[in-house]
Design a protein around this ligand. Structure first.
Ligand code: ADP
Ligand code: MG
Length: 210
């Protein structure tokens, strides 16, 4: 049965970091339309630090990798969104505890904990034009699948369509809230980042585990 080991989790984080870095300018442009234009720069810098920090761990465990990523996002992204993206990883640390391999069901639980933490922290629900619009359907799709391969595929597709759904919405959270109806027509940058993260994970899985 397939599972994720610590070194593979590190590779997954790295794949996410590379994807977000490749789309840095696009993410900045999305944020320029809805916020202050820094999202691509701050998420890619924070993920690069996360990769460095996870590589520096001498005996990497799943929970240490998740914790280092949480800290990098919280400390290097700054602001409300750094806390929100960091919380996603931080909330999973407790459920990872001393697991050395993750089954699909365990990973689904870690993702669900992260989603719950994000919603508690940011007070956003689906439809508020935030990263939750991509994250919640992705986490649900991941849990509903039977194995990793179909879970990553379904989660990536759900995150992408969730991110695209933000285009038609007005924002009830974050800086875009102040734009009112003028936010309509622009895709949310944070939701787009979530789609990129799940797509990167799916691609990594296809290339390395299938
Ligand atoms: P900032 O708004 O501080 O400049 P970023 O530009 O890095 O931060 O990130 C903006 C993203 O943060 C938004 O696109 C949105 O997805 C996400 N976001 C903002 N507020 C919230 C919230 N309350 N809950 C969930 N996500 C949020
Ligand atoms: Mg911003």
């Amino acid at each position: 049965m397939s599972a994720i080991a610590a070194d593979e989790m590190r590779a997954l984080i790295q794949a996410m970091a590379e994807r977000v870095a490749a789309k840095r300018d696009d993410l900045n442009r999305l944020d320029a339309a809805l916020g202050d234009g820094d999202h691509g720069a701050s998420i890619s810098t924070a993920f690069a630090v996360a990769v460095e920090e996870t590589e520096a761990i001498e005996q990497p465990s799943l929970s240490a990798i998740w914790l280092a990523t949480a800290k990098a996002l919280m400390n290097r992204m700054g602001g409300a969104s750094g806390a929100i993206f960091g919380t996603f990883f931080l909330k999973g640390v407790a459920s990872l505890r001393d697991a050395d391999r993750l089954s699909h069901n365990m990973m689904a639980a870690v993702l669900a904990d992260g989603l719950e933490g994000v919603k508690a922290r940011g007070k956003a629900s689906v439809g508020d034009k935030t990263m939750v619009d991509a994250l919640e359907p992705a986490v649900r799709a991941f849990a509903a699948a039977d194995d990793f391969a179909s879970a990553w595929r379904a989660a990536a597709a759900a995150a992408r369509s969730g991110a695209e759904s933000t285009r038609d919405l007005v924002a009830n959270q974050g800086r875009a809230k102040f734009l009112g109806e003028r936010a309509i027509g622009q895709q949310d940058p944070g939701a787009t980042t979530i789609a990129l993260m799940f797509e990167a994970a799916h691609d990594w899985w296809k290339e390395n585990k299938q």
